[in-house]
Design a protein around this ligand. Structure first.
Ligand SMILES: NC(=O)c1ccc[n+]([C@@H]2O[C@H](COP(=O)([O-])OP(=O)(O)OC[C@H]3O[C@@H](n4cnc5c(N)ncnc54)[C@H](OP(=O)(O)O)[C@@H]3O)[C@@H](O)[C@H]2O)c1
Length: 266
């Protein structure tokens, strides 16, 4: 596993497991299998209603807590100062009474400044190791950081070959915020695995299109959290640290970028 260093010195795995839609016993088993094959970052959220199985899988994996990196996100009924305070304590109790590695405001809605104040307080008292945001576009991000004492360590946003947001990444970098991609595989909105250019490039490296997609983002310094419930695909998605893409291939992949969200969130 490779690690990135966040703006407060905390080390974060560059690749983790997304858990949107992983629930119940199959979800628990999927998270446990990911941990057993080498995942160390698990991305959850209040909205996913699966923090309990994330906590249980982490505990049952017998991996030392300090080797794991758990991200959670606050939104909906947690979108206020009080909501985040309550939510942090709830999450911590589900994560074996330990701490949250990265706590994010899930969406730029509700009382974001109240939420962020609660996150900063949790940071100060050690309940949370790093704080950040998600789904803040460039304008929202720039106006948000003008009022922040602590620059968000991470902004988790939509990013894939059709909407890489590499230009926004430069803005985030310039202010000290790490970009983390959600929907590296477009969440199934496009059959990215059959994209001819990616299939062609993958063949050259004896890799799959999925591996090329993740490698492309990682080589651009983007953290990734692909979701898979299948242990073989989980292993495949981890198998991205033993090759490098040529500049020419990266330029070819860049041509796929339509610079338009597939989710219309922006
Ligand atoms: N902050 C936010 O607002 C936000 C929004 C969306 C997502 N997220 C986070 O980002 C994570 C990733 O995004 P996502 O889950 O929406 O979508 P995704 O990772 O783009 O795609 C997941 C889909 O790809 C399939 N898949 C995974 N690896 C594959 C492979 N190697 N070959 C073929 N198919 C493969 C999965 O199926 P199988 O499970 O069957 O393998 C699943 O259907 C989420 O789980 C969540 O943690 C955050």
């Amino acid at each position: 596993m490779e690690y990135l260093t966040l703006n407060n010195g905390v080390k974060m795995p560059i690749l983790g497991l997304g858990t949107w839609d992983l629930r119940g016993s199959p979800g628990y088993k999927a998270i446990l299998s990911a941990l057993s094959v080498g995942y160390r970052l698990i991305d959850t959220a209040k909205m996913y209603a699966n923090e309990e199985i994330v906590g249980k899988a982490c505990k049952d994996s017998k991996i030392a807590r300090e080797e794991l990196f758990i991200t959670t996100k606050f939104s909906g009924s947690y979108a206020s100062y009080e909501g985040v305070k309550r939510g942090i304590d709830e999450s911590i109790s589900l994560f074996s009474d330990s701490y949250i590695d990265l706590a994010l405001i899930h969406e730029p809605y509700g009382d974001v400044f109240g939420m962020y104040e609660a996150l900063q307080e949790a940071l100060e008292c050690g309940k949370v190791r790093a704080v950040g945001i998600s789904n803040f576009d460039k304008n929202r991000y720039l106006s948000f950081i003008k009022r922040c004492a602590v620059i968000p360590a991470v902004n988790q946003i939509e990013s894939h070959v059709y909407f890489s947001q590499l230009d926004f990444k430069e803005v985030l970098n310039a202010h000290g915020t790490q970009m983390q991609a959600w929907a590296s595989f477009t969440e199934g909105r496009r059959n990215v695995f059959a994209e001819p250019k990616l299939v062609e490039i993958a063949k050259k490296y004896n890799k799959t299109a999925a591996e090329v997609i993740l490698r492309y983002q990682i080589e651009h310094g983007i953290a990734v959290i692909p979701k898979s419930a299948d242990v073989k695909r989980q292993q495949e998605n981890l198998n991205v640290f033993d090759f490098s893409l040529s500049e020419e291939d990266k330029a070819q992949i860049a041509l796929l970028d339509c610079k338009k969200s597939l989710f219309n969130w922006y």
